[in-house]
Design a protein around this ligand. Sequence first.
Ligand SMILES: [Fe+2]
Length: 185
Amino acid sequence: MAVVTILNEDKKLTDVKEITANLASHGIDYERWTPSHPIADDAPPSAILAAYSREIEDLKTRGGYVTADVIDVSPATPGIDAMLAKFNREHWHDEDEVRFIIAGHGLFHIHTTTGAALAIEVEAGDLIRVPRGTLHWFNLCTDRRIRAIRLFQDTAGWTPQYTESGVDENFLPVCFSAAHLSMAS
Ligand SMILES: [Fe+2]
């Protein structure tokens, strides 16, 4: 289950209905998915995609996504620091950012159009859709692990467009459910 912190109100949301409603008010979709059958979180990508095929096909229809894959990041991933450094500064994409978490943890910060700042910590079972154009940044937690299904409308839109606002430096990337600080640089 995700944990959402409304940073400018110092308010934390842990109830799925409250989280879903709050994020929806900012145009962000949040869902909990369960696999069609029990599956290990280290199963091959094809098996992961098959276990969630109903949800994936539904999202493709709703959002115009054409491809889905599985990304796997762990402390053993070559170049992990350089990879993370691309996403921990405020940016947007010309593409929705859609992630369904299989394993590990991640922390999305959202800079909303009303100026509010949200921290959304995600874990296994969480689906998040951040619409194209939304200002955001992303950190891992200290487990430095995330395995997730990604959906794309057009992978060309996935390139980060940086704001260089520096607003990301105002917020320490704190992961609550894992009870530790992010190690992402
Ligand atoms: Fe992003």
